[in-house]
Design a protein around this ligand. Structure first.
Ligand SMILES: *Cc1c(COP(=O)(O)O)cnc(C)c1O
Length: 435
């Protein structure tokens, strides 16, 4: 297609705002020169980026396709219709809302659709892998609702389904929530459904982290079990930064009203178009291969780390992420995080279940393989990743030896990522086309 002006114009930006142009170039460079193990981050395609940077950003389209509060929405309607249709097909969902600006916004809407202020909501404890929007005191969820937490078992570090059932019977919550940010195992949705049915509660799955793995058929789908599923579109799904909600047809009206007008104004049409692009990509065989490789890589990484004395919480992973217990190495998660960052490896400090250490310096870190897998890293590469990771974690900063190791690891990391870059040179184009 002959390309007319549609929005992104690197020359215009580089000329009118060299400072921000420099920031954008710097970020591409930063990403390309490190090992990205932050479990919530990923690499989007140039097609997704192009849609995000389009003039659809200019359009006000409050409402839903065919029922907008503004004129001139014919293209906005087409974009949203494509996004919704593709998502319904991809996930086999009865209803989809693609307007949430983020995962947290999708969750706010889910509360609004099904609960009243002060209602009890049963969710996985934040310290055991839940998300801040699942009842943290610093978040609206913990203030406007009454959080009740279930935990993982001390022996297996898997969800304690017995405790969850007991708490459900005792508190009779409006909603039972499963899914989290640092729980790496498959969830027994059938069990959750059974208990939700017993107490007549809504079963809400927050699949923010792993909906991309569901799309790629690498983990089981919650769609047959859940009343409502919230998710981000930018984690394993590899779409633009944003949120979405899937639900049963009977909840469609409640969910749509909870998003607009209850908790949001105009939708971000450029992001919705990019979500449509991402859903189309997620339906391909290539994407399924990426999703399977992501899970295989996480298993291989956890195994290779085990050989080096790093214990994975619950003994392994079924998804893209793993929580690593560094107790045996004698390093806390905060120190490990900074040592790794100095060695060009990005990951996140994370508590382990029943952590004896304070939240600022927890016993563990969380790693994820989605971004690396999107860049083309495979299971055979994971021994090398485990090697640089353990060398960096155990290198004492501020000592000659430790700083030397960190510098060496940084060089090794540069070589590893140069062989499998996130973006081929020129693909996002800023560097090549600037005059
Ligand atoms: C990431 C995440 C969210 C929040 O998503 P944002 O887009 O950062 O608002 C909510 N729930 C879970 C389980 C998440 O992992």
């Amino acid at each position: 297609m002959n390309a007319p002006f549609f929005g992104p114009d690197w020359h215009a930006l580089a000329e009118s705002d060299p400072e921000i142009a420099g920031v954008i170039l710097g970020e591409v460079e930063r990403w390309s020169s490190g090992l990205q193990l932050i479990a919530s981050e990923n690499v989007t395609s140039p097609a997704v980026l192009a849609a995000v940077a389009s003039t659809l950003s200019n359009k006000y389209a409050e409402g839903y396709p065919g029922r907008r509060f503004y004129k001139g929405c014919e293209y906005a309607d087409k974009a949203e219709h494509l996004a919704v249709t593709r998502a319904k097909e991809l996930f086999g969902a009865e209803h989809v809302n693609v307007q949430p600006h983020s995962g947290a916004s999708a969750n706010l809407a889910a509360y609004a659709a099904f609960a009243q202020p002060d209602d009890p909501v049963l969710a996985l404890s934040l310290a055991h892998g839940g998300h801040a929007t699942h009842g943290s005191r610093v978040n609206f969820s913990g203030n406007w609702f009454t959080p009740v937490s279930y935990h993982v078992r001390k022996d297996t570090e898997l969800i304690d389904y017995d405790e969850m059932r007991d708490l459900a019977r005792l508190h009779r919550p409006r909603m039972i929530l499963c899914g989290g940010t640092a729980y790496s195992r498959l969830i027994d949705y059938a069990m959750f459904r059974e208990i939700a049915d017993e107490i007549d509660a809504i079963l809400w799955v927050d699949a923010s982290h792993y909906l991309g793995l569901v799309a790629g058929r690498a983990v089981p789908s919650p769609v047959p079990y859940a009343d409502v599923i919230t998710a981000t579109t930018h984690k394993t799904l590899r779409g633009p930064r944003g949120g979405m909600i899937l639900c049963r047809a009977e909840h469609a009206k409640a969910v749509d009203r909870a998003v607009f007008p209850f908790s949001q104004g105009g939708p971000m049409m450029q992001t919705i178009a990019a979500k449509a692009v991402a859903f189309r990509e997620a339906a391909t065989d290539d994407f399924a291969a990426y999703a399977r490789r992501t899970v295989e890589n996480a298993g291989a990484l956890s195994g290779a780390l085990g050989e080096r004395g790093v214990r994975t919480v619950s003994g392994g992973t079924d998804t893209h992420l793993a929580v690593l217990d560094l107790t045996e190495l004698g390093v806390n998660g905060a120190d490990a995080e900074s040592r790794c960052a100095a060695a060009r490896i990005l990951l996140t400090k994370n508590p382990v279940p029943y952590d004896a250490m304070p939240p600022r310096t927890p016993s563990g870190v969380r790693v994820g393989t989605a971004a690396l897998s999107a860049q083309g890293f495979g299971p055979a590469d994971m021994d090398g990743v485990a090697d640089v990771l353990t060398r960096a974690i155990t290198a004492e900063r501020g000592t000659r030896k430790g700083d030397g190791i960190i510098a060496e690891v940084g060089e090794d990391v540069l070589q590893m990522v140069a062989a499998k870059p996130a973006y081929a040179r020129g693909e996002t184009s800023p560097a090549e086309t600037s005059r």
